[in-house]
Design a protein around this ligand. Structure first.
Ligand code: ATP
Ligand code: MN
Length: 461
């Protein structure tokens, strides 16, 4: 008999037939003549109750089965007399794969804090919350792929090891094979010409520049992969290793970019609600009450578009006491972003046309020479969730902007070539995958939406 996932068992239309399930015991309860096991296999939030009859109660391996043990149960699916569950399994055969010593197994049936669970990230996927988070993560990844695939975007892969400091988006992790131990002893200086790649290399902070090259050859593309930032920001919104989705559209301007981002957000949120109803109901009742309504209203609303200059005006007139100063030329802080989307517009808002000084060199310069065609999408509860722009497609302007930003054009000859040969308007954006999952689940800390988080001073598991 083939193993059935519990989600399938619970959905089955008929009782009275044989099933084989395999999973981990969540709880065990004994009455005089039966053992009740709640078993979960990670396929859904719900456990299935297994009834083990008197004839097996004396078996020594079964006597030791407790929370955390793994079992296979072959039995008959029957209608459950108990409240809150449609079916249970009357066990015919039980096989015990692995016991879990109740003295030391950390996940006993009590409420643990997320901080504690982070310390046991190797086991936390066995909890209700983390099971639900990782199923949502899966659904979101699939939603992202299906959104772009349906629109004809090509999924492309950009390098993880890079020799260019893309946009100076953040501090980069070095990749080196130089013998650091030896250098420390001899006091020698790093000679990257001697290094593995013959030059200084790092882990990528973004796949955008290479993504642009592919868009300017293949048309619309997207990347979806890991990115790395060695910044020492210990916040609930920053990871040292995170995943980013970066679409790039050829023959497109800022307006197209804005439309794509709005459609994209709405689509992935609604696919998530559609595919993960039970898990979403869990987040709604246990993590952030009202989150389903929030998402539904975002899907319904028209997003607002406002220029940076207008946004600064709104903030200056708001009369709110912000921690960080507001003024034309200063970057918007999280508190400002949240004021705009939560208090002022009460809906998602695109802020466009930022001052050139606070944005990357590759963003297209507006005719006013002061602002660039950037767009950040701000959403209630989080602030910036997407950052994008129309790219500078004019060779001379790009070269000038590069020099102004202190980048060495010789290092970027390949990027500049895309503007020398068949340049075309193009635009794209980046979505922090974990920020989006935070948004959908209501999880407060970004460390709790990735299985094994990497943050400053933590690379455990
Ligand atoms: P922030 O101001 O929040 O640090 P950023 O301006 O550095 O963001 P970008 O360089 O524009 O962000 O990166 C694109 C997207 O990647 C952001 O909109 C955000 O969703 C996400 N992101 C950026 N840094 C991190 C990080 N350290 N951990 C997780 N996601 C991140
Ligand atoms: Mn940052």
């Amino acid at each position: 008999m083939e193993r059935t996932r519990i989600i399938q068992v619970l959905k089955s239309e008929t009782h009275g037939h044989g099933v084989l399930i395999k999973g981990w015991v969540r709880t065990r309860r004994d009455s005089r003549d039966v053992i009740f096991l709640e078993v979960n296999d990670g396929s859904c939030l719900d456990n299935i109750q297994v009834i083990i009859g008197e004839e097996m109660m004396k078996r020594p391996d079964l006597a030791q089965v407790s929370t955390g043990a793994s079992v296979a149960v072959r039995g008959t699916l029957v209608e459950s007399p108990a409240k809150g569950q449609k079916y249970e399994i009357r066990a015919g055969e039980v096989e015990v794969y692995g016991l879990a010593d109740p003295e030391s197994y950390p996940l006993q049936k009590k409420k643990h804090s997320f901080e504690f669970l982070r310390e046991i990230s190797h086991l936390r996927p066995r909890t209700n919350t983390f099971g639900a988070v990782f199923r949502i993560r899966n659904a979101m990844a699939m939603a992202i792929h299906s959104f772009f695939q349906e629109k004809g975007f090509l999924y492309v892969h950009t390098p993880i090891i890079t020799a260019s400091d893309c946009e100076g988006a953040g501090e980069m992790f070095n990749v080196t094979m130089l013998d650091l131990e030896k250098m420390k002893i001899t006091g020698g200086k790093a000679d990257f010409a001697e290094d593995f790649f013959g030059k200084k290399t790092s882990l990528t902070v973004s796949g955008q520049l290479e993504g642009e090259l592919l868009a300017l050859s293949l048309g619309d593309i997207y990347t979806f992969g890991p990115t790395f930032r060695a910044e020492n920001s210990n916040t609930s919104r920053h990871l040292s290793e995170f995943w980013m989705v970066e679409p790039e559209m050829a023959f497109a301007v800022l307006d197209d970019d804005i439309r794509l981002a709005e459609e994209f957000i709405k689509r992935i949120f609604s696919l998530c609600l559609e595919k993960c109803g039970d898990d979403m109901a869990f987040f709604d009742s246990r993590i952030q009450p009202g989150i389903i309504k929030n998402l539904e209203s975002i899907i319904r609303q028209d997003f607002e578009v406002v220029t940076y200059t207008e946004a600064v005006g709104i903030l200056e007139k708001s009369g709110s006491a912000f921690e960080f100063p507001v003024g034309w030329g200063l970057d918007l802080q999280s508190e400002h972003e949240r004021y705009l989307t939560e208090n002022h517009f009460e809906r998602p808002v695109f802020v466009i046309d930022y001052p050139r000084e606070i944005k990357a060199f590759y963003m297209k310069l507006n005719d006013d020479e002061k602002t660039v065609r950037a767009m950040d999408l701000l959403v209630p509860g989080v602030g910036e969730i997407i950052g994008g722009s129309e790219r500078e497609d004019r060779y001379d302007v790009l070269l000038r902007r590069m020099k102004d930003s202190g980048l060495d054009p010789d290092e970027y000859w390949w990027y500049l070539d895309s503007r020398r040969y068949g340049s075309a308007p193009h635009a794209g954006f980046g979505l922090g995958f974990e920020r989006a999952i935070q948004y959908v689940t209501g999880m407060q800390n970004i460390r709790d939406v990735i299985p094994f988080p990497r943050t400053p001073r933590n690379a455990a598991f």
